[in-house]
Write a protein that binds this ligand. Structure first.
Ligand code: NDP
Ligand code: F7E
Length: 324
């Protein structure tokens, strides 16, 4: 069994199903998938608070919550999240809310005896023109993509905070960097969401209305790597169990598609039969961000859900759960 400075640890997380686990952001895309996974594994003592019940930007409330509840494990999936337009339009929100949430949760977790914390960042932490596939070592080697640099700077601070607490206090805080995610409970907002849910909604509404065209942003040439959120939840539990290193860990599918290919695939899954029209006044963002997830693969984790299967599953969820 390893302590905080060992690269890998034994099965101390998943073997204790009655451990008190705080999943922050449990109603979001990622948090809800982690809760499903933990419940499936038999965890019985999950600590869950809605944004209304506990605003994680309020330091004294977070401090009081940790003092009263004393969780043993923390998975930090609460954040201000959005797609390229939201990141570009609300830079102050993206940097300040994320810095506040993560600083409050990480510091209170340490101060109130949490055994282990997992912080979630994003593939946008890497330079705009990083080597592909992007290894963890590419962090802070060149300038960021301007459309999301505010969010990226907050996420980089979160990684560094976990590392600093490990170094100074010998405390077990780790970071996982997921690639672009999708799945049940995604945000389907027409402007502020990520590309995949935005297109699913737009194609669905066009199909229902019998529209002839759907507008898609940018040129269609950027490449993106997509991972189903149930795979990510599986990787999160894996990291909680098996990894206790200083370095952050990439979590990707290893497969990339152009936005044009993605749009064609979503169109097919939804069953829209009209044309695509490209709005090139909208930004493309970073040209390519395929992560190198070989470190995680070497530890023994690989994804299982293909993009096609994941899209079918997500559209089924959309039809059953999103008000039409
Ligand atoms: N979606 C993606 O493609 C990717 C996501 N990630 C990371 O995964 C994590 C989760 O993202 P995702 O699930 O997509 O985001 P969502 O927006 O779906 O969920 C975020 C959750 O955080 C909660 N939250 C936000 N602000 C506060 C606050 N002040 N106090 C309490 N709760 C709050 C939200 O509650 P409410 O809605 O009530 O505000 C929501 O439940 C983030 O760290 C993100 O960076 C990483 C890579 C890709
Ligand atoms: C996960 C990651 O997500 C964000 O980065 P991003 O990968 O650029 O995210 P995106 O999903 O919004 O766009 C991907 C691509 O798709 C194109 N695109 C086409 N049509 C629509 C469209 O309708 N909506 C959106 N959002 N994009 C569209 C869009 O122009 C771009 O070329 C970060 O800000 C940050 O949040 C982050 O970490």
């Amino acid at each position: 069994m390893g302590g905080p400075n060992n690269e890998t640890v034994g099965d101390s997380f998943a073997s204790n199903k009655s451990a008190k686990v705080f999943v922050a952001g449990h109603r979001g895309l990622v948090g809800s998938a982690i809760v499903r996974k933990l419940r499936h594994l038999g965890f019985t003592n999950l600590l869950l608070k809605t944004h209304q019940e506990l605003d994680l930007t309020r330091q004294s409330d977070v401090e009081a919550f940790f003092a009263a509840e004393k969780p043993q494990f923390v998975i930090l999936a609460a954040a201000k999240v959005g797609g390229i337009h939201a990141n570009n339009t609300y830079p102050a929100d993206f940097i300040s809310i994320n810095l506040q949430i993560q600083t409050n949760v990480i510091d209170s977790s340490y101060r109130h005896g949490v055994k282990k914390l997992l912080f979630l960042g994003s593939s946008c932490i890497y330079p705009k023109f990083a080597p592909q596939p992007i290894p963890e070592e590419a962090l802070l080697t060149a300038p960021l993509e301007p459309t999301n640099e505010w969010y990226a700077v907050a996420k980089i601070a979160g990684i560094k905070m976990c590392q600093a607490y490990r170094l100074q206090y010998n405390w077990d805080a780790i970071s996982g960097m997921p690639t672009n995610l999708y799945g049940p409970n995604d945000n389907f907002h027409p402007e502020n969401s990520h590309v995949l849910p935005a297109l699913m909604r737009r194609f669905h509404e066009a199909k229902v209305k019998g529209a002839k065209e759907v507008v898609v942003w940018g040129t269609g040439s950027p490449l993106r790597e997509f991972l189903h959120v149930d795979d990510l939840a599986d990787a999160v539990v894996f990291l909680m169990e098996k990894y206790s290193g200083l370095g952050h860990m990439n979590v990707g599918s290893g497969k990339e598609v152009t936005i044009k290919e993605l749009a064609e695939l979503v169109k097919e899954v939804v069953g829209f039969e009209g044309e695509l029209v490209w709005d090139t006044t909208k930004p493309d963002g970073t040209p390519r961000k395929l992560m190198d997830s070989s470190k995680l693969a070497e530890l023994g984790w690989v994804p299982k859900i293909s993009l096609k299967d994941g899209l079918v599953d997500t559209y089924k969820w959309y039809l059953e759960n999103v008000k039409q």
